[in-house]
Each structure stands twice: as C-alpha cells, then as structure tokens.
Design a protein around this ligand. Sequence first.
Ligand SMILES: [Zn+2]
Length: 453
Amino acid sequence: MIFDLVIQNGTVVTSAATFQADVGVRDGKIAAFGQSLEGERVLDATDMLVTPGAVDIHVHMQMSLGDGVVSADTFLTGTRAAAFGGTTAIVDFVEVEPQQSMIEALHARQAEADPQVVIDYALHMTLGPDEISKLDQLTAVAAAGITSYKLYMAYGFRLTDDQLYRALRAVRDVGGMPVIHAENWDIINALVADNLAAGRTSSHWHPRSRPALFEGEAAGRAIDIAAYVGTPLHIFHVSCREVVAKIAAARRQGLPITGETCPQYLNLTWEAYDAPGGRGAYAVCSPPIRDRSQQQALWQALARGELQVVTTDHCPFSAEDKARGRDDYSQIPGGVPSIEMRFASMYSGGVVTGRLTPNQWVDLCCTTPAKIANLAGKGDLIVGYDADIVIFDPGQKRILSPETLHENVSWTPYNGLEIQGWPKVTISRGEVIVHDGRFFGKPGRGQFIFRKV
Ligand SMILES: [Zn+2]
C-alpha cells in the first residue's frame, strides 16, 4: 500500500508511549504505524521526535475590548504563528453583544474566523451577565457544535455567585464543560483604588492588586459551586500554588476538576513588571505573573499531575495599546503572546531540564487539552485520528525575539529566552503547512471543529 505521506525513521512520542516507527498518512488521517512504509511523499525524521500536533484550548484572536482596542493577532496571523510553533488546533471564544442571540454571535465569530484560519479551531461560548437571561438558548448552542462555556469572575463579564450558580446549572443540563477565569473582582477593585489614591500607578502594582490568596479563594468558591451543582469545571490560567491546592484537594475527593497554567507563569517572574521604559506594561496579564517560588510550584504541580494542561491565553496588544496605561496600570490591556513558543518552551523548560518526561510534555500540550475541550480525533497519534503531526527537532536551539517569532506584535515578553527544541515540520490533516521555517498553509484552510456532547 502506498500512503499519501510517510514520516520515516522518527521516534514517535505520545502521551502513553515512545517508540520507533514510520507513520503513514492517507486522506488526511493517520493510517498506519510500521517499518519501511512507502509514500508518495516521504519526510525523513531521523533524530527527530514525531508528536501529535499541539492543541491550545485558550486563545483570543482579534478580541475587542471596546474603545478601539483589539488584540493584535487576527485569526490569520495568530493561527499562522501557532502553526510555526507546532500547534494544529485552537479554541477561541464567542462573546455575545446585548442585542444578539448566542447563535447570532456564534455565526458572526465563525464568519470572522473561517476565511482566515490556517489550522482547525473551535469556540467556547462566553456566558456573561447579560446571558443569564438567555440560558434557554444553550440547547441551540450545543446543537451548533459548541460543548464548552466560558465564565468570568472578573472584568465586565464578571458573574456574581448567584449568576455563576445559574450558569453552571444550565451548562450541566446540556452536558457542557464550563471553563472559568477565577479571581476575586471586588478585592481587586478595592486594592486598585487604594493604590491609585496613593499615587501608586505603575505596572509594579499590577500583581500587588491581585493577591494569590484571593485567586485561590475564587477558584475554591467556583469549585464548590460546581461540586454543589454537579458539573465538571476547568480552571483557566492558574498562576499560583493557592489554586493548585484547591484543584488537588477537589481531585482527591474524586471531583472532575482540572486546571491549566501558561508559559508566562512558567518562564517569567513578576520582576517583568519593573522593566524600564514602559516595558513593564507588556507583561501585564491576569492573573498576574508571580514570584520565583510560585513559578517553581507550578512546574512541580505539572510534574505531579496536579495541573493537567498548558495553554497560552494568547492575547497580545500592540505597544501603543499597552501604553494606554502609562498613568494608571489598571488601564493596561492585559495579555501576552505565547502561542508560537508554548510547545517548544515546554520541551525546553520541562523535558530538557528533567522536570517532565517526553510523554508528560505531549500529554500536557496535546492530548489532555483535546480531551478537556472535547476535540474528537485531535491531540493523539492513533490510526483514524486527524493527521495533525509535528516533526520536532529536539536539538535545535534558538533565542526568542520579536523578529524571529511570527506573532503580530513588535515585542515579546520572552525576548532573549533561549529554547532548546523547535518544530521542524507542522502537518495539519495530512497537509504540510510549515517546513523548515517556511509557511505553506492557505488562509481559510482551517476548519471549524463541530463538537458533540
Ligand atoms: Zn483568556
């Protein structure tokens, strides 16, 4: 049998196993593992790792914050950067305008994404305070291919505890997966007000307005409400051991609670907020980046399986937009670009250092994210799955900079960070879309992933 594509002589790494095999691809699917497979096109992977395409279930492309501020990566530039970094599926968000139905908002978001995406994508439906009166629409949303729902405990989308309870109940009733931004918004607002009143206006005060204690408190409260309602819950962007402890305690009780952290919390420390020349604003994201001991606690939590996923919360803003908070750190649009470096940085910081096994690396970045977001046929190398595959060069070294990354911003918080390991080839449904630093994907070739409960 001749395959469309064969990846020869590589070391296949999945979440469960590591083995030497050729991989055969036919009709965009993984068709076989074996020795000396023959293909119309053959890629040599000698000395390379062959992994599933990475899956990032938390990204914000062209997200509008109002007032003309929009996150800098479009669905085209953001998914292209993702592909360069070995990511072959993302989950972004739908936000509903007050006058819109959830389905109208979903279709509008798909219309933005569809002509641009170069890899496959799904969408979380955001349930803000205005959606509490629209929860009867969730059956229609589920029928339109959405199985996950974003809840916020901060910002304008913030749900109060009673709203959280109602939203979680409605998500449970359609068999959905709720994902949550857990922080204590009332305490944050009080601390910001105190700081500004005292003339403490620089980004140095950003992490000091969002204490780890209350991120833990908020996560624990959300977990308790989810447990009471009887629904699973996935905690977004965990920045501290206080949240890890709440997730670990819930899991010990057998509750279906999961958590993720992100490269910014694993590679940076809060000294980034003291960078001169306004560059402290670049690292502003929420929850904030914390101190070195918290960073080490997060690596330990990943190694022990107390956190299950690494995503990015990719949401960069232009340097001009970041400068809006020059005189008031609470006005800095929050978010950093990590979509391209995530997979390689987890190899470099996790596997090369001995903190993680190669199988844990694949599990955290590919397999478990796909399971939590219910992306059938993604995140693993199994016959019949989509041929989303990365040929990863474990020896390649590079130093990160805005010039070498492909995200649509003039800055990166990782400037100067040395990485060992980088994707050589990225394959999406059998099509080579990145090869040795060259991009071959067409805008719009990515597909909406229709999810079923
Ligand atoms: Zn986010």
